[in-house]
Design a protein around this ligand. Structure first.
Ligand SMILES: Nc1ncnc2c1ncn2[C@@H]1O[C@H](COP(=O)(O)OP(=O)(O)OP(=O)(O)O)[C@@H](O)[C@H]1O
Length: 90
């Protein structure tokens, strides 16, 4: 029974990550890549989206250390920061 729940959760996260609402960028779309930090799950670099003035924090997650749940959770935090900066520019 417990195993069934885990399989259900895994499929849920896989479906969520396959969502067409998530914008995907190739690594080659970015330039001027500069290291800015390290966290428990991986490293973070500042990148510039080519042909724009847009800067992003790009987080690389060590997939040996993270679960699908943590990947989705990290994605949600990043999306939330992006939305907040759009609604209230400083
Ligand atoms: N959006 C961002 N803008 C600027 N710097 C960032 C941004 N996101 C992460 N960093 C830098 O990268 C470091 C690592 O971030 P990350 O989110 O991976 O880990 P953390 O949240 O600091 O720690 P932990 O993984 O232990 O919770 C941060 O401490 C910060 O210095």
């Amino acid at each position: 029974m417990i195993q069934d729940t885990k399989i259900k959760d895994t499929n849920y996260y896989i479906d969520w990550l396959d969502s067409p609402n998530i914008e995907e960028y190739e690594h080659s779309f970015f330039e001027d890549i500069r290291p800015i930090g390290k966290g428990s799950f991986g490293s973070v670099v500042r990148v510039n989206l080519k042909n724009t003035d847009d800067l992003y924090a790009l987080k690389s997650l060590n997939t040996d250390k993270v679960t699908l749940h943590e990947i989705v959770n990290e994605y949600c935090i990043c999306a939330q920061v992006k939305d907040t900066s759009k609604s209230s520019p400083s």
